[in-house]
Design a protein around this ligand. Sequence first.
Ligand SMILES: [Zn+2]
Length: 278
Amino acid sequence: MTKRISVCLSFDFDAISLWVGPRKSRSPNLIAHGEFGEIGAQRLVRLLDDEQIPSTWFIPGHTIETYPEICQQVANAGHEIGYHGYCHEAPSSKRDVVEERTILERSIECIDKLCGKTPVGHRLPGGNLGERWVSMLMEHGIRYDSSLAPHDFEPTYFRRGDVPRTDGPYEFGETIDLVILPFDWNMDDWPYFTYEGNRQGLRSPDDVYGIWAAEFDYLYQKLGSGVYVLTMHPQCIGKGSRMLMLERLIHYMKTHDNVEFKCLATVTEEFRSANPIG
Ligand SMILES: [Zn+2]
């Protein structure tokens, strides 16, 4: 069987929004961590240009307005821009629906101003993908989410109306027209590299290369087709040793036939046309 692998590099460009938003920090040290995101983003744009590969960037409105120049470079280079909140807000059932909608629309507007089109992709900036939020996303033209992974290497459709029974088997609801592209902590740079208090972090780039390359090997050798999604943060992957690791991984994947780098929106539409819903 002919192999067919799509590789999607995705970047959550949180910058300072994460620290002053959900973390509620005013610490210059943590804010500086976020500021480094700009430097990381510049390095990534150069790397992606050198490698001539498209990618997807989930950028909060706060980052777009704080760092317009680098965000414009990302957009001008043709990378896809997806939704990631205004100041990295987790949609929550406790928040008033009007407030949720205001955040959603303001963030979409920031992206529209940046690249001349509204986003089709969404990644949760924390929290859960509740049904009310999903309906609102679909109403605003969102075609896919990349915040969970019922399958590690395949897109799936989102479900509505699950019944989490405990006195009998779990009941699955109906599939709806929102594509899910895999997001897994295993394929995310943050837990491996970020040092926060006593949480483990600061792993060797070689360790992480070993995990990410082995995930790719399994997909390529054992499954033969599917989508490989990495999630990275410029403030995290942007450090020298990690940038070299990412470059090495890209080169490794490029040595394989029938591997194509794509943005998540492209994979979504390919999946949707090959697997039309109901
Ligand atoms: Zn984020």
